[in-house]
Write a protein that binds this ligand. Structure first.
Ligand SMILES: Nc1ncnc2c1ncn2[C@@H]1O[C@H](COP(=O)(O)OP(=O)(O)O)[C@@H](O)[C@H]1O
Ligand SMILES: [Mg+2]
Length: 293
């Protein structure tokens, strides 16, 4: 069964698409069969990596017609497929709103049609509340929320994201309970202010959530590598396998994140074995295979 992770934030520009793409790219290099799903009306994830094959359909067909055969596009990277966003006019939003079983729909379609073909399904969302965001959230086994440690984003997380989750809780009755949420401190700069806010987010008990919300230990720093990798259309761990100085390389950061989210992949063994040594893209998948065998 595929693990389904939905990357969500009620705020735009926090790093959702970058995170989804890079997580998918690394998991594919680690030998996982990965499906990216672009559930944002603005098709940023759809054009993040070059495509080797562009299917005729995309998310609309998947949701409204349950037609998985015609919606899977392939990126140029092995084991990394994508369902592109194909709804510039936002018709899908209305369809979801007025169809009785609309909101739990993506969950059911993924379960019935694509679950056995992939190890991981990563769903990117738009930074705005709406039925498309709802259906993506309800499809998740785990919700991942990048939070830039600056006061406006932190407040919006504490208010908007938690509100969204509370609003969707009744969907459990339709067979789509809301998954646990992991906050990821994202794009942290080296200021004292950022460190303070990160600390506060961790200290915040999120008491009413009774453990359903936790902040991950991994912190993704703000570095230019993430933007450069996006420009070159490659996963960031390939772009920055190593780095001098105190800030960890993008490869190490992303491996640490994968290790926290997917402990069974034992990505930490790669981090350890590769400290100071080159971590080339090919090396990553070769070593992952060696570890498993
Ligand atoms: N770790 C990072 N450090 C610095 N900039 C980043 C990082 N991750 C993403 N960015 C940049 O932040 C901007 C917003 O990212 P994006 O993934 O498009 O956010 P969203 O999908 O939430 O709107 C982009 O310009 C992206 O290149
Ligand atoms: Mg985006």
């Amino acid at each position: 069964m595929a693990v389904k992770i939905t990357v969500v934030s009620t705020k735009g520009g926090v790093g959702k698409t970058t995170l989804t793409a890079n997580l998918g790219g690394l998991l594919a290099d680690l030998g996982q069969r990965v499906l990216l799903v672009d559930a944002d009306i603005q098709p940023t994830l759809s054009s993040y990596f070059p495509l080797q094959f562009r299917a005729a359909g995309g998310l609309s067909d998947l949701i409204t017609r349950s037609a998985p055969a015609e919606v899977i596009s392939r990126t140029v990277f092995e084991r990394l497929d994508i369902v592109v966003s194909d709804d510039p006019e936002g018709r899908l939003q209305n369809w979801l709103l007025y169809t009785p079983d609309g909101r739990p729909r993506l969950k059911h379609v993924l379960l019935s049609a694509l679950d056995s073909a992939y190890d991981v399904i990563l769903i990117d969302t738009q930074g705005a509340v709406g039925p498309l965001q709802d259906t993506a959230v309800l499809a998740a086994d785990l919700i991942l929320s990048p939070i830039p440690p600056e006061i406006l984003s932190a407040r919006e997380f504490a208010r908007g994201t938690l509100e969204m989750i509370d609003r969707l809780r009744p969907m459990a009755r339709l067979g789509a309970p809301v998954a646990p949420l992991r906050g990821l401190i994202y794009r942290q700069d080296r200021t004292l202010d950022a460190r303070r806010i990160a600390q506060e987010l961790r200290a915040e008990s999120f008491a009413p959530s009774r453990g359903a919300i936790t902040i991950l230990n991994t912190v993704v720093p703000a570095t230019v590598a993430y933007r450069e990798a996006a420009t070159q259309r490659v996963p960031v761990h390939r772009h920055e396998p190593r780095r001098a100085g105190a800030t960890p390389s993008a490869a190490r950061t992303m491996l640490a994140l994968v290790d926290e989210l997917f402990p069974h992949l034992e990505a930490h063994r790669l981090t350890e074995c590769c400290m100071g040594a080159p971590l080339e893209s090919i090396g990553v998948s070769v070593q992952a295979r060696e570890i498993r065998s």
